[in-house]
Design a protein around this ligand. Structure first.
Ligand SMILES: [Zn+2]
Ligand SMILES: [Zn+2]
Length: 346
């Protein structure tokens, strides 16, 4: 007997287009959970997926940031139960392969072929693979909106700083203050950066960067010169690329000190190659890239920081709309209408 009637699901409906359709969800299979969505959002990578990736065909359900309540679990699921309120990681994992058991579930080799991105969260309900490992329960006192960004952008923003081997008291430059860049700003602040130089020109994002902890917000046109001047010609310890453009990556190398780290979390879309300057700004640097660190332990770590009041990413939720208006929400998000950063869909 089917547990759920047809649900409304946002799908890719051809290049650059999404639609809301009715879809029947099967009962959860082994390891899966069926989750009734209570809050979801649109991510920058959704726009890349519908605009630039022909491999993602029409009809694919969209969305990978979600909070919901477990409606049913499949065979073998033991750690979550029907009725639990959970946040899902945007990258799912099996919990038993080599990457999963060595603390890198985001590159799970079982779920990773071809892609372990969660699909279908912009819907009334969705199926989550590897449910025991790919979600966690939310503390009862925590609101959905507080926990939502642990699924993706908050984890990615924190990952940008953590994988750069950042230490308290270091200096950080973050190129672009979209949702992920702003989460990197939150992370740099949380972990005790001595100076945070954010690079952004959109007025709403400049204001948000300041609000979330940036010490200075610099114009992209002059940021390299300004950062070098502000650091006495030394450069910063960590430079984060959070836009996904050649120029911002080049600028990261231009401002990072000898021995410092360029940390890239931008999604470069359809680009297949990037150039790295190999002049004086190249030697004795480190370059790291990060996928969203995911899985149950990661989610618990971030929810812990939120619960302690050390992290609050809710200011990023600038807009709220019903799921029924998801097509309109994509358009707003794509055009950054009305200063939109993130839209709460429920
Ligand atoms: Zn995403
Ligand atoms: Zn795995």
């Amino acid at each position: 007997m089917r547990r759920m009637p047809n649900v409304r699901v946002c799908i890719k409906d051809g290049p650059g287009k999404v639609s809301l359709v009715d879809m029947a969800l099967p009962d959860p299979g082994p390891g899966q959970a069926l989750i009734r969505t209570t809050l979801t959002s649109i991510c920058g990578s959704d726009i890349h997926l519908i605009d630039e990736f022909p491999d993602i065909p029409a009809g694919v359900p969209m969305g990978h940031e979600a909070i919901g309540v477990v409606e049913a679990v499949g065979e073998g699921v033991e750690r979550i139960r029907v009725g639990d309120r959970v946040v899902a990681s945007c990258l799912t994992s099996c919990g038993s392969c080599e990457p999963c058991t060595s603390g890198e579930p985001q590159v799970c080799s079982t779920h990773g072929a071809p892609m372990n991105l969660l699909f279908g969260a912009q819907a009334e309900a969705f199926l989550l693979n590897g449910a025991d490992f790919s979600c966690t329960t939310i503390p009862s006192g925590m609101a959905d909106r507080d926990a939502l960004f642990a699924s993706d952008i908050l984890s990615t923003g924190f990952g940008a700083i953590e994988r750069a081997d950042f230490r308290e008291g270091q200096t950080v430059a973050i190129f672009a203050q979209g949702p992920v860049g702003l989460c990197a700003t939150i992370a740099a602040k949380t972990y005790g950066a001595s100076a945070i130089f954010a690079v952004e020109s959109v007025p709403e994002r400049v204001a948000m960067a300041r609000r979330l902890g940036a010490d200075q917000v610099l114009d992209p046109e002059t940021a390299v010169e300004q950062i070098m001047a502000l650091t006495g010609g030394r450069g910063v310890d960590v430079a984060v690329e959070a836009l996904g453009r050649q120029q911002t990556l080049t600028n990261c190398f231009r401002v990072v000190r000898f021995g410092g780290t360029v940390s890239s979390v931008g999604v470069y879309g359809a680009s297949q190659e990037l150039a790295i300057p190999c002049d004086g700004s190249f030697y004795h640097r480190r370059f790291v890239t990060t996928l969203c660190p995911s899985g149950r332990a990661r989610l618990d770590h971030l929810l812990g920081l939120i619960e302690q009041g050390r992290v609050d990413a809710t200011p990023l939720l600038t807009h709220a709309m019903p799921l029924s208006q998801v097509v309109r929400a994509y358009e707003m998000f794509r055009t950054r209408e009305d200063g939109v950063l993130k839209i709460a869909l429920s």
